[in-house]
Design a protein around this ligand. Structure first.
Ligand code: NAP
Length: 346
């Protein structure tokens, strides 16, 4: 069995990773970290894991000295904190999948502008591979350090990539995205309180969000062409899920079938991309708890626009599920192992 460490196991993406690894047939949880609860067992905090994951939590410094038998480390830590742990683990020649934004940019100035902090390990940024299997599968297989994508970024990059490769995108793309509250992590903050969020719906970071440059830089790296994207996130009163509505200027000759042919060329064999039939829009409940991205589109010839709708679970395809997909590729496993589960709709 492959042994796994999860740093930041008590946060939303960390708990989701424990859930996925406990049910993965080829892996087992070996080390779990928390700074706040390092005197507790994981199943004391989350009793449904009793008998499934009773491991004693340790702080991250202690964990770094416990990794001799560990094959893969997942880092579910805040950005800024993650980079130092990555540095220490790389020095020990470990396989790492970092869920934070610390290693997603090749250009350190973009990271420092958008994350508003100095990157202390810019000299190792080039070692990271952006962990979006649909775009970078072959590089991921050979990587030791994966920068797992942002959740919003995943929901926008996957639908845009084939269109950009085919030269279909002109002008500024508008990405209007809505996320459930777990996207902000398991921390207390006024704007995330039940009474603030329930029955409410608001846009935020309208002046600019750090996933915007991530979308543009990654698509430029993958296609050689940098798109102009105007991304605006919204907070909706659901626990999990992202629905992105993406508006693209399109040549008036393009039809729904043309777009279908492009998507089928790129994603027809992709195990986690679900291309929906004409007229059927994705819903977040259909991908909840699953590693799928559901995509649908309409051509609005009257407005000269292609409208694409994508749905993911921010904690699975947008974070921990995608991280397991990357681990499967790095270790030479079947890419889907441990990840095939459908949502229950209601
Ligand atoms: N939530 C999402 O949908 C999502 C999606 C994609 C990527 N991400 C990224 O994934 C990472 C984790 O996100 P999350 O939503 O799981 O966050 P979270 O719920 O806030 O959990 C953060 C975890 O990090 C630990 N932690 C906090 N400060 C720490 C420090 N100074 N040193 C060591 N550990 C520390 C916490 O441990 P204790 O509190 O137990 O000490 C907790 O286990 C973030 O970088 C986030 O941007 C999140």
């Amino acid at each position: 069995m492959v042994k796994v460490a999860i740093f930041g196991a008590t946060g939303y993406t960390g708990i989701e990773l424990v859930r996925l690894i406990v049910s993965h047939p080829l892996c087992e949880v070996s080390v779990l970290t928390s700074e706040t609860y390092s005197d507790k067992r994981f199943s004391e905090l989350f009793p449904t894991f009793k008998g499934l994951c009773d491991i004693q939590l340790v702080d991250s410094n202690t964990a770094i000295d416990m990794l001799d038998d560990v094959d893969v480390s997942f880092l579910c830590l805040p950005h800024g904190t993650s980079m130092g742990v990555v540095y220490k683990l790389l020095a020990k020649n470990r396989r790492i999948i970092d869920l934070s934004g610390d290693f997603r940019f090749k250009d350190v100035s973009i990271y420092e502008k958008w994350y508003e902090k100095k990157h202390l390990f810019a000299d190792i940024l080039h070692k990271a591979v952006y962990g979006l299997p649909e775009l970078f599968r072959e590089k991921i297989k050979k990587a030791n350090l994966i920068a797992n994508p942002g959740c919003y970024a995943t929901s926008v990059i996957v639908p845009l990539y084939p269109l950009l490769r085919k030269g279909l995108i002109k002008g500024t793309v508008i990405a209007d995205c809505k996320s459930g509250v777990s996207g902000a992590g398991r921390k207390s903050e006024l704007r995330l309180m039940f009474s603030e969020v329930n029955g409410n719906f608001t846009a935020y970071s309208v002046s600019g969000h750090r996933h915007n440059p991530e979308m543009e830089e990654v698509l430029a790296e993958a296609t050689g062409f940098k798109p102009e994207i105007l991304f605006v996130p919204h907070l909706v009163p659901i626990n999990r899920g992202i629905l992105s509505t993406i508006y693209v200027d399109i040549d008036e000759n393009y039809t729904w079938d043309d777009v279908r042919d492009i998507y089928h060329d790129f994603y027809g064999d992709e195990p986690f991309v679900k291309l929906y039939p004409k007229g059927r829009m994705p819903e977040v409940r259909e991908v909840r708890n699953s590693n799928y991205i559901a995509i649908s589109w309409e051509v609005r010839r009257d407005k000269g626009k292609l409208v694409i709708v994508s749905a993911i679970d921010n904690l699975v395809k947008g974070a921990s599920g995608q991280a397991v997909q990357n681990m499967n590729l790095m270790l030479g496993f079947e890419e889907t192992v441990g990840l095939v589960s459908l949502s229950s709709i209601v």
